[in-house]
Design a protein around this ligand. Structure first.
Ligand SMILES: NC(=O)C1=CN([C@@H]2O[C@H](COP(=O)(O)OP(=O)(O)OC[C@H]3O[C@@H](n4cnc5c(N)ncnc54)[C@H](O)[C@@H]3O)[C@@H](O)[C@H]2O)C=CC1
Ligand SMILES: O=C([O-])CC(=O)C(=O)O
Length: 317
């Protein structure tokens, strides 16, 4: 079975290559391209000339009716809408603008496609996902199995950096990355790398630091012109494809930042999740970790408490 998939923020740096990758995904039967800016129509016209199966439709505009029309009938909604970082900013500095953007999109999802699988890319993910959940709860349609904060780029990066260091074929490597998606909340579980790898303490510390700061590496390299777009499009398309494969009955495991009671003290956390026809079928426990990783999990949990509270307070203000 193939699905109707929307990209919200489709004219942006991530949105355009993400839409391209989804247009090329055989599991997408219709690609609904949405952005507030009129460029969405041009992106859709461009994509529509590609001879793959997905039919392309497009909507744009600031009127709530436009986004609701784009979302109607969608099975999967992927959201890279909102402002990216510039050098010197943290992801939390984006909260002021992106919190409001995410709230509006969540209201539209609740009205137009409350049963869709929702994949939130917009930063700060640690706070935008709690905001999304809060809006759906208020609208009476929150299904914790269908809301995902996309942290896949952290896994993609960890796999790449470990393969480079250990001389492995990168497509064989899998490093679970748990916690959240910013700075110290990003916790790679190098001890659980497959295929099994040994790391010295120095290697583990250096790799962890690089994975936690990889977003900043790109922000600085782009020198004011934005943050990761191409690697994020790749990661977002991989995650959406995993969700759709699971909707078709395949057993799939991915890490994602979700509503979870796995970690004491926080209501959202990323661990490995099993995906099925109805979204999350199981949230896997953290499992065995090294002392270094446990210390990082504790630091991440403290930081996440504040990020989640910021999201919840935004809605109650
Ligand atoms: N989760 C992750 O791993 C990553 C997240 N990001 C985040 O993704 C977001 C987007 O980044 P870029 O594509 O580089 O930014 P961009 O500025 O190039 O594109 C954002 C797009 O969102 C659109 N937009 C703004 N408000 C909207 C609304 N209410 N509805 C629909 N579209 C709207 C804009 O018109 C623009 O086309 C940023 O918040 C960034 O921090 C970026 C990289 C990785
Ligand atoms: O660093 C940023 O601002 C964008 C992002 O989330 C990433 O690249 O991981």
């Amino acid at each position: 079975m193939a699905f109707k998939c929307a990209v919200v923020g489709a004219a942006g740096g991530i949105g355009q290559p993400l839409s391209l990758l989804l247009k090329n995904d055989p599991l997408v039967k219709e690609l609904s391209v949405f952005d507030v800016i009129p460029l969405a129509a041009g992106v859709a016209a461009d994509l529509s000339h590609i001879n793959t199966g997905a039919k392309v439709t497009s909507h744009h505009g600031f009127d709530g009716a436009d986004i609701r029309a784009a979302l109607t009938g969608c099975d999967v909604v992927v959201i890279p809408a909102g402002v990216p970082r510039k050098p010197g900013m943290t992801r939390d500095d984006l909260f002021k603008i992106n919190a409001g953007i995410i709230k509006g999109i969540a209201e539209a999802v609740a009205d137009a496609c409350p049963k869709a699988m929702v994949c939130v890319i917009s930063n700060p993910v640690n706070s935008t996902v709690p905001i999304f959940a809060g809006v759906l709860k208020a609208k009476g349609c929150f299904d914790e199995k269908r809301l995902f904060g996309v942290s896949t780029l952290d896994i993609v990066r960890a796999n790449t950096f470990v393969a480079e260091l250990k001389g492995l074929n990168v497509t064989d490597v899998n490093v679970p990355v748990i916690g959240g998606h910013s700075g110290v909340t990003i916790v790679p579980l190098l001890s659980r790398t497959t295929p099994a790898c040994e790391f010295t303490q120095e290697e583990a510390e250096k790799l962890t630091h690089r994975i936690q700061n990889a977003g900043t590496e790109v922000v600085e390299a782009k020198a004011g012109a934005g943050s990761a777009t191409l690697s994020m499009a790749f990661a977002g398309a991989r995650f959406a494809n995993s969700v759709m494969k699971a909707m078709n009955g395949e057993d799939i495991t991915e890490c994602a930042y979700v509503y979870s009671s796995i970690q004491d003290g926080v209501s959202f956390f990323s661990t490995e999740i099993s995906l099925g026809k109805e979204g999350i079928s199981k949230i896997n426990p953290i499992g065995k970790v090294s002392d270094f990783e446990q210390k990082n999990i504790d630091i991440a949990t403290d930081a996440l408490k504040a990020n989640i509270a910021a999201g919840e307070n935004f809605l109650s203000a």
